[in-house]
Design a protein around this ligand. Structure first.
Ligand SMILES: [Zn+2]
Length: 564
């Protein structure tokens, strides 16, 4: 027990008494003998009255500390002053009406921001700062001020608030890499409203959902809009997928001169053709089934993107759990490479075999000799098994003979039914995988992916065309030469593929933002990262989080505590 101390929690305060009572310390505090009137500034040492204010402070020796501060009311000694009495303020110790010292509140905010309510409650209790989780969260929310004073480049995107049902909006300062705000909904109106209060915004980077474009147009007409590069590429990949998956109308080999925007390729399916052979009809049925599959797959993906669990998706669509699981894996890892083919497997020679096959060499024995010379160490039967699905595919090949009227081929073509088989699995390469491969730079591919891309190119003129466009498009977005955009748009429009044409049409509707995507260095890449953080926080709070709290925890901590 000490009667006084040199230490004091704030300047102009003196400790009058320190006592260890029960679990913690009680520190009695009084102000020094005088105070200045806040109105006239006259110093007064005449006490009018006093009361005791209890403040929780940082712990001492692991034990809680309560400060019993004596708050004095002083008389103003200046006759001319309108104030008769004034209460002293302890602004460097605590805020008015607060129940904790400023430094304690800072620590609480720090913990709450980093760890959330309940975990902080446990940690702080252990450290000698007992405080309830709701109070902690109140501190966190209070600590969340608005973002930086000047926001020049804003990145806007959405995040799933309730699985597949409702969405929120996140706004990031792309220059400072900080979350500026989290909005409770996803709408053009709220985005516009937010931007209206931030007239300093010069650029808005957003995905290609028309909603944020509208919001930015209404709320920040002064700002230039940037289409997000990642979303642009994603849209392109989806177009490729549609084309390959047969969701888009089938485009047969068609002279480019005939391809124009008025051409409705659906006519080809809806029976405008006078004569249809059984084989052709079979193709169309198969395409129909592929389209159904693709539609289902797209739905699964949409729900999965919207944060639904596998169980929920299965229930929603009436599918088996295992099927959904399998498809979701495809979504997560579209081009996953479990193992690259080894020289002991025929798959390693997939591209070579496919070429020889197309040239008419189909005998296992002959092919075995050829690839053995190239290092194949596997067995005859393994090769035979590998080639079996190719053999089955032959009838399908002869169904689409190289028509004598079509232009002569200069390079070797591998019949589509053969080449589109993944040599690793012997199964058809799905349109999803093919689309992912189509936009993947060769330098980042595994050996297996390279084999498959080569096979796809050999199999499908469509794929080759789109691969060329994809690489040029990615190059454009990487940095580029804006003049090449027009050339690219023209080439893509006239390539004769329906999905590419409609992709170009959509780009043209948003052309300024697309141009800016090429000219400006900004993209929403970091926004995705922030959304992942938000999802993590949301899960950690077991869905009990309010938008207000999420917002507070997403934004950089702004507490006076560590500003000094
Ligand atoms: Zn006064």
């Amino acid at each position: 027990m000490a009667k006084s101390a040199l230490w004091a929690p704030a300047p102009k305060q003196k400790v009058t008494f320190v006592v260890r009572e029960g679990p913690g310390w009680t520190v009695s505090l009084d102000s020094e003998g005088d105070a200045d009137c806040p109105i006239c500034g006259t110093r007064s040492s005449s006490r009018h009255g006093a009361y005791i204010r209890s403040l929780q402070d940082l712990p001492a020796q692991g034990a809680p500390v309560v400060i019993q501060a004596r708050v004095t009311r002083w008389r103003c000694l200046n006759d001319q002053c309108e104030r008769r009495t004034f209460a002293e303020r302890r602004l460097d110790l605590t805020a008015p009406f607060a129940r904790r010292t400023t430094r304690m509140a800072g620590i609480v905010r720090l913990f709450g921001h980093a760890a959330g309510g309940r975990p902080s409650e446990r940690l702080l209790a252990r450290l000698g700062m007992p405080i309830g989780h709701t109070t902690i969260l109140r501190h966190v929310k209070r600590g969340a001020r608005g973002g930086p004073a000047t926001l020049r480049v804003a990145g806007i995107d959405d995040w799933a608030w309730k699985k597949g049902m409702t969405y929120g909006t996140i706004i990031v300062d792309l220059e400072r890499r900080q979350v500026v705000d989290v909005l409770a909904d996803r709408s053009a109106a709220s985005t516009a409203e937010w931007l209206r209060v931030h007239p300093e915004v010069e650029m808005v980077s957003r995905d290609r959902a028309g909603l944020y474009a509208d919001g930015a147009r209404q709320g920040a007409p002064q700002a230039r809009q940037i289409a997000d590069r990642f979303h642009l590429l994603q849209n392109f990949r989806e177009a490729v997928e549609r084309q390959l998956g047969g969701l888009g109308p089938p485009v047969r080999r068609k002279p480019p001169s005939l391809a124009n925007d008025d051409f409705d390729p659906m006519m080809a399916v809806t029976g405008e053709q006078p004569r249809m052979s059984g084989a052709e009809r079979e193709i169309l049925t198969r395409q129909g089934r592929a389209a159904d599959r693709q539609a289902l797959f797209d739905r699964i993906r949409a729900l999965y993107d919207a944060d639904l669990t596998i169980r929920d998706i299965a229930r929603e669509l009436g599918l088996g759990l295992r099927r959904v699981q399998r498809w979701v894996r495809l979504i997560e890892l579209p081009a996953r490479n479990v193992m690259a083919p080894k020289p002991s497997t025929p798959a390693y020679y997939g591209a070579y075999l496919a070429r020889r096959w197309a040239e008419g060499v189909t005998a296992v024995k002959g092919l075995l000799v050829e690839i053995s010379r190239r290092g194949y160490t596997g067995s005859h039967s393994h090769l035979a098994r590998f080639l079996a699905p190719w053999r089955k595919a032959i009838p399908a090949i002869t169904m689409t003979p190289a028509n004598s009227s079509s232009p002569p081929e200069t390079e070797v073509t591998i019949p589509p039914r053969v080449a589109a088989l993944d040599p690793m699995t012997g199964r058809r390469i799905s349109s999803l995988t093919a689309a992912a491969l189509c936009v993947k730079p060769r330098g980042t591919m595994t050996p297996r992916q390279i084999v498959n891309v080569d096979l796809l190119k050999a199999a499908s003129e469509e794929f080759t065309t789109m691969r060329g466009l994809a690489m040029r498009f990615a190059g454009l977005l990487r940095g580029g030469d804006i003049r090449k955009l027009d050339i690219w748009l023209r080439d893509a429009r006239h390539c004769g593929l329906h999905a590419m044409r409609s992709f170009v049409r959509k780009l043209r509707q948003d052309i300024d933002a697309v141009r800016n995507a090429i000219l400006e260095p900004w993209s929403n890449g970091q926004v995705e990262g922030q959304i992942n953080r938000l999802k993590m926080l949301k899960r950690a709070m077991y869905g009990r989080a309010s938008v207000e709290l999420l917002r507070a925890r997403m934004m950089p901590l702004d507490c006076g505590f560590h500003r000094e």
